[in-house]
Design a protein. Structure first.
Length: 226
């Protein structure tokens, strides 16, 4: 029986969360907004429009939202040629693929940003499909990105594991009915990931790679081989 491993990318496979924080902070500053980096960090993982609304609230001039998003996009793009993969991220995907898992990415990135992230991970040979921002109407924490990934994999929720690094990832996976693993490398505390629905928490991809014989991945193997 087939099984799917669905991965977020930013902060999960590539060490980009704080690059996003810096880029959003400068984009807000250019637009005349003072937003604390701590607050931006906790919002990373939301789609751009939702992040702006979450941080600036309903009283903002919504006509300026697109300008803020465009500034963030331009600022973040300056890092595209040097995005750092997290330790053994590519090896994790290849190990799962060789072990019979269909590996799918579910990310709010698209276009040249997604291409840069894929180059950083350097594991296209292990990736079967990608659900990007272009493929869904609502991003995380809505379940649609995870559901789209499962559709691409051709696997039902009960035979899949989702791996992410934010509370938005955990909530999306929970709403999609998928077991979920949280990673601490995105900078979100363990307690927050567990409260948001994580079934297991690991430090980073290398730590998860060493623990694939336990937790949600082992549970799905048991379900699909018993």
């Amino acid at each position: 029986m087939e099984r799917a491993a669905v991965f977020d990318v930013d902060g999960t496979l590539v060490d980009t969360n704080h690059l996003h924080v810096t880029s959003w902070w400068e984009a807000f500053r250019q637009a005349g907004h003072r937003v604390a980096m701590h607050d931006i960090h906790r919002a990373v993982g939301l789609p751009g429009g939702d992040l702006v609304a979450h941080l600036l609230g309903d009283g903002r001039d919504e006509s300026r939202d697109d300008a803020v998003k465009a500034a963030h996009k331009a600022l973040y793009a300056t890092y595209f040629d040097r995005l750092p993969p997290l330790d053994q991220a590519g090896q994790l995907l290849r190990t799962l693929s060789r072990s019979g898992w269909t590996v799918v990415l579910a990310t709010s990135a698209s276009g040249t940003e997604l291409a840069a992230l894929r180059r950083a991970v350097d594991a296209d040979d292990a990736i079967s499909a990608m659900a990007s921002a272009d493929d869904v109407a609502e991003g995380k924490p809505a379940p649609e990105p995870v559901q789209q990934a499962l559709e691409l994999a051709g696997v039902p929720a009960e035979r899949a594991v989702f791996v992410g690094d934010t509370v938005w990832d955990m909530r999306a996976a929970r709403r999609a009915g998928v077991l979920c693993v949280g990673l601490l490398c995105g900078g979100i505390p363990r307690a927050d990931l567990i409260e948001a629905g994580a079934d297991a928490v690991h430090d980073h991809p290398a730590d998860l790679l060493a623990a694939l014989h336990t937790g949600p991945f082992a549970e799905i193997v048991r379900r699909t081989t018993s």
